[in-house]
Design a binder for this molecule. Structure first.
Ligand SMILES: [Fe+2]
Length: 456
């Protein structure tokens, strides 16, 4: 290994690609592409997580400029439905203004600046509760109270301040820039991920569960805890039996990155070799002394067996399309990150994460988890968001299943990270070259946005 240049070094053990290549149903060609990111091994400055100045730069050059996921389309299913999306000290209102049109506005009354919509719901017009100034759902001015006193308001230039909005995969994204400013479209911003996700029809899902939790940590501290599986041995050791943690493939594209974690293969860090049945029992969380509910049939592997079960489970929702779903899509953990803060899991793995500063704080964050699931028949209403405080576990709402237990393991690190960073005797974090390359790519992306300054 000493002779191999640092950017080419990989863990011993089978790679994601070599495992997937042996499956009965192969995944799409892009799963066999590698896009490693390497721009050196310099430390990541601690101030990125602790300084108010850096947070303000992010606000100006990231949150005010880029496409970001605001809500699901099903949060505003009917004309007049509204949804509030807040980011840092900014508030936006998402409105279904016509059957096939969703608009987004700065959530501000043009008169005295009150937050326009405080209680989202179904509305005929957008009316400020302070004095009654009213706008139509398309943002045009509808009513000026005591109009005689406002001869200086001319309807055309007193419309709401509309921002750019577009929908991908059932997710409503906004870019907080004026609609007439143009610039990069959502499709351009997303790039190749649109093709990667096309087979999974995310727009045909519904929000089955939605939980938000507050953390005492910078938003990137929380997000970066979910960008590598190097921490599995330390934080989730129970997964090592059937997860190739340090064999994970990390790929970085323009505005997104991904981690392909091979499953049905043990961690190379494990000092024993589990059987296929032991790997299954780990996957099903069968505890010591408990009877396994199923046995892997003779001649099958965990991958082939789990793929068959996964296909059968999908059939009611997607019919014969289930036959074309690859083994990897059914068993491997494939996480994507659309920068800056949106993590949809690939395939049918249902989980979607979003990370934001909590209000305008650089030392508090909110992580949201949605489970978006296929459904039969009429689309069920989206789950209401259950909010958890800093001391409440993910398992409290009892809607996330085993994911909640794993997230609780992650949570143990997060507040402690901020405590350590605040008092750090070091100026920088020494991240690895490959396994933490998605975090390095994220920081390179932030640096590029911030350096671009006023570039919109
Ligand atoms: Fe984790």
């Amino acid at each position: 290994m000493q002779d191999v240049p640092v950017h080419l070094r990989r863990s011993p053990g089978p790679s994601f690609k070599s495992i997937a290549a042996k499956d009965a149903v192969l995944p799409a060609a892009h799963f066999f592409e590698e896009k490693p990111f390497f721009e050196g091994t310099q430390d990541i400055p601690v101030s990125r997580y602790t300084s108010r100045e850096f947070f303000d730069l992010e606000k100006e050059h990231v949150w005010r400029q880029v496409w970001q996921m605001a809500c699901r389309e099903e949060h505003v299913p009917v004309v007049g439905d509204t949804y509030i999306y807040d980011i840092c000290d900014m508030s936006f209102v998402i409105v279904r203004s016509a059957e096939n049109t969703i608009r987004a506005f700065w959530n501000v009354c043009n008169h005295r600046g009150r937050q326009l919509v405080s209680q989202p719901g179904r509305m005929k017009v957008l009316r400020c509760p302070f004095h009654g100034f009213t706008w139509n759902l398309d943002g045009s001015l509808a009513f000026v109270p005591t109009e005689w006193d406002f001869p200086h308001i001319e309807g055309d230039d007193f419309g709401l301040h509309e921002v750019q909005v577009d929908v991908w995969g059932g997710f409503v994204f906004i870019k907080p820039r004026p609609v007439d400013e143009g610039g990069e479209t959502l499709t351009e911003y997303l790039g190749e991920i649109v093709d990667h996700f096309a087979p999974w029809h995310m727009e045909t899902r519904f929000v089955e569960a939605h939980v938000a939790k507050v953390f005492n940590a910078n938003w990137k501290v929380v997000e970066e805890a979910f960008m590598e599986s190097f921490h599995v041995a330390g934080t989730h050791p129970q997964q090592m039996v059937r997860l190739g943690d340090v064999n994970t493939q990390y790929d970085c594209y323009e505005n997104f990155s991904r981690a392909l974690h091979p499953s049905g293969t043990p961690s190379p860090l494990l000092n024993w070799v589990p059987t296929e049945q032991e790997m299954l029992e780990s996957l099903l969380d069968v505890r010591e002394g408990e009877e396994a509910p199923v046995q892997i049939p003779e001649g099958e592997t965990l991958r082939s067996f789990a793929a068959q079960i996964g296909r059968a489970a999908l059939r009611p929702a997607i019919g014969d399309e289930a036959d074309a779903v690859s083994d990897a899509e059914l068993i491997d953990a494939m996480e994507y990150t659309i920068l800056p803060n949106f993590h949809p899991w690939a395939s049918y793995q249902r989980a979607v994460y979003r990370f934001r500063p909590h209000g305008d704080s650089h030392e508090q964050a909110v992580m949201e988890v949605m489970l978006i699931s296929p459904f039969e028949g009429e689309r069920p209403a989206p789950a209401k968001c259950a909010w958890l405080g800093v001391d409440e576990p993910w398992t409290k709402p009892d809607v996330l299943g085993i994911t909640g237990r794993i997230l609780d393991q992650d949570s143990t690190n997060i507040a402690k990270l901020q405590v350590g960073l605040r008092s750090a005797p070091i100026a920088g974090l020494r991240m690895s070259s490959y396994q933490e390359s998605r975090i390095r790519h994220f920081h390179a992306w932030l640096e590029k946005r911030i350096a671009a300054g006023e570039v919109k």
